[in-house]
Ligand binder design. Structure first.
Ligand code: URA
Length: 196
């Protein structure tokens, strides 16, 4: 454990970190997936998005949010004038859980140093948590999206907003109105930061 943390801390940039994380076998997920989906995007993005974990298309392609949920995410970003390359996109776990089940707390904990170092290197001002898995890892361990969304949370000088996972919006489109409200909060916060 200490040795892994030391290696992550020594990674000076995202490319080096990605090479290290691609060798990760710290939880059983790696044995059951095709490849590690590290994350991608603007290396100094003001806005970072964190999802849950790779799905089938992500596992096949090695890229985050490129399946059906990813296509909705692209439209959500476009709604506030952003393209994928403007933001950084990552997940709580980098390896696809079997049948897309929610990662266990042990799996999320095993992958947490990888995500934490990724956040340290990108240094976003704002982190948008997509769904409960990200919200629980980054903001409040036991809360629900409905209870957490709609307001800012601050942890170590970073502002967090929680919203519905795009896959949840695909299952229940009636939540989209609230998700779009959350996106407007992100847009406003980005604009305020641009003036500062
Ligand atoms: N769902 C996620 O949480 N992350 C992805 O990368 C794709 C789908």
């Amino acid at each position: 454990e200490t040795e892994w943390l030391r290696r992550l801390a020594a990674a000076p940039d995202l490319a080096t970190l990605e090479a290290i994380v691609k060798t990760c076998h710290r939880c059983p997920l790696r044995a059951g997936c095709t490849q590690v989906v590290f994350g991608e995007g603007h290396p100094r993005a003001a806005l970072m998005l964190v999802g849950e974990g790779p799905g089938q298309v992500e596992d096949e392609t090695g890229r985050p949010f490129v399946g059906p949920a990813g296509q909705l995410l692209d439209r959500m970003l476009a709604a506030i004038g952003l393209a994928r390359q403007d933001v950084y996109i990552a997940n709580v776990v980098k390896c696809r859980p079997p049948h897309n089940r929610v990662p266990t707390p042990e799996e999320a904990a095993a992958c947490w140093p990888n995500l934490r170092r990724q956040i340290e290197l990108v240094r976003p001002r704002i982190i948008l948590c997509l769904g409960a898995t990200a919200a629980r890892q980054l903001v409040e361990p036991r809360a629900s999206v409905s209870a957490m969304r709609g307001r800012w949370w601050v942890r170590d000088g970073v502002r967090y907003l929680v919203t519905f996972h795009p896959a949840a919006l695909l299952r229940d489109p009636s939540k989209k109105r609230l998700a779009w409200q959350d996106l407007q909060m992100v847009r406003q916060a980005l604009d305020e930061g641009a003036e500062a």
